[in-house]
Design a protein around this ligand. Sequence first.
Ligand code: Q46
Ligand code: ZN
Ligand code: ZN
Length: 365
Amino acid sequence: MKCRVCREPAIIDIRRHNANFCADHFLRLCRDQVTKAIEAFSMITPDERCLVAVSGGKDSLAVWDILLDLGYQADGLYLGLGIGDYSDESGRYAREFAAQRGATLVEISLPDAYGFDIPNGSRAAKRKPCSACGLSKRHLFDQAALEGGYDVVATGHNLDDEAAVLFGNVLHWQTEYLGRQLPVLPARDGFPRKIKPLVRLGEREMAAYCVVKGIDYIVDECPMAKGNKHIGYKEALTAIEATSAGAKHSFYFGFLDRASARFQAEAEADQADLTPCTECGSPTSTEVCAFCRLVTRAGGRLPDGDHDTRLDAWFGDHVHPDPVVDGAFAGDPDDRDDPDPDPADHEPVLVDLAPTRRSPKDARP
Ligand code: Q46
Ligand code: ZN
Ligand code: ZN
């Protein structure tokens, strides 16, 4: 097996590209695919500040690494969810990576700052753990980015994630979600721009990327992920991909090219009439936002004014004073009491990828 570019021995085959790559050219391919996504969807410019949502998993560490290699100003934000050993270990990987790269990592602990953890809080609030977790992540990443003066929040969603979310949304014809399943959600009053620079790269490639770059990441799956539908959708698409190379790519990018615009009117209509939450100031369609309601039901602590001053303390001197501007909010796709976990929040490691942590050669199907 030889590298398509230099004819040296290859370490990975990528069937949807019908090609094999050596380590150097594989890393270059990953960077090129991210550059292509950034340019095609106008995700970020070099003078903008980016906050990367870091979980300690392969995708979020890889996207952070690639953005830094490409010269973007990227800091990380790690959210401690209080999920026992899993949180302890994933936080350690995030810290190790930041130290190795000399990068800035901001940490927020849900139990310390808000007085609840995901396993107990979700039980008390009578929500599925992933639903409470996803809601907390979306809220805190948005708020932290705005308080910290970041232009963009980047997440590690890869092609497998996006294809699986699309599959789930189509399966249940959730048309209001389909209209906003995009690699970029533009900034609106009260919300930062959100970008997914890994949409052109698959899960297996991201595991191999971390191995080749020597990035250690948490391989174990979150213990709360059990029974999550998103994992089933991923496995179904991976089975299709096995006999039809490129199926995930054409499913997702075909949707973006040919179908996504048809659902946008409905998605926009769904986002009207938001006002600031009376507890934390975030835009919401109800008087108190979904996150603050969750904090209350989970038995946690709410901020004591209409502005969450805890975020000021985390960002210290970096705080920009205009996180929530006056005027009508254009809408918040995330401020909803979704009964189901948001599959896009997950970064599960598929079973067949675990061995690739040490040897990218094993990553071949
Ligand atoms: S961390 Fe949170 Fe995921 Fe765990 S509780 Fe569910 S959403 S599974 S990546
Ligand atoms: Zn090569
Ligand atoms: Zn609130």
